[in-house]
Design a protein around this ligand. Structure first.
Ligand SMILES: C[S@@+](CC[C@H](N)C(=O)[O-])C[C@H]1O[C@@H](n2cnc3c(N)ncnc32)[C@H](O)[C@@H]1O
Length: 153
């Protein structure tokens, strides 16, 4: 939604019809047009080397499924394009706030770096995200990786 409001042509993917219905309503209320695809990110193969930017946001999957989804996401980045992965970091379980409570769906920036093939890593770090909940609330801890497919690669 954020990208579409800024003029990007956006395709959104989720396997939940409930999530997509909510997203469609939000897009309509925001006056933006987005292509929605109902698909399982583990098995769905997007067009190869086709997108300027591929974002994977808070997709918390067991490692073998995450590997498949990230490989598909990375392969969809065009030469010169960017992959941005953000999700709940493994450290969030013990030192953070919110997010899944099953350790096996949490990951680290290093996990992502190892799973996105030959893209050039521009950022790979843990980021703290303030959450509502008063002064006593702990920040959430996210894993963030930004990578680029070199032009011509
Ligand atoms: C925490 S929500 C994040 C939603 C959105 N990406 C965002 O950042 O606001 C996780 C979403 O991942 C979707 N999801 C989980 N497993 C998936 C899969 N294998 N394929 C596609 N979507 C999946 C869920 O339906 C849910 O909408």
């Amino acid at each position: 939604m954020w990208l579409a409001r800024r003029g990007w042509r956006v395709t959104g993917v989720d396997f939940s019809d409930v999530a997509l219905r909510a997203a469609r309503e939000l897009a309509a209320a925001s006056g933006v047009e987005i292509e929605w695809i109902e698909a399982d990110a583990v098995t769905w193969v997007p067009p190869g080397r086709a997108y300027d930017l591929v974002t994977v946001m808070y997709l918390q999957l067991p490692a073998h499924e995450r590997r498949a989804a990230l490989a598909h996401a990375a392969a969809a980045v065009r030469p010169g394009g960017t992959l941005l992965v953000v999700g709940h970091d493994r450290l969030n379980l013990t030192e953070g706030s919110g997010g899944p409570t099953q350790a096996d769906v949490l990951f680290t920036p290093d996990d992502v770096v190892a799973e996105i093939g030959d893209l050039a890593i521009e950022k790979s770090l843990r980021v703290r995200r303030p959450v509502d909940g008063g002064a006593a609330a702990r920040d959430a801890i996210d894993a963030l990786v930004r990578a680029r497919r070199p032009a011509g690669a």
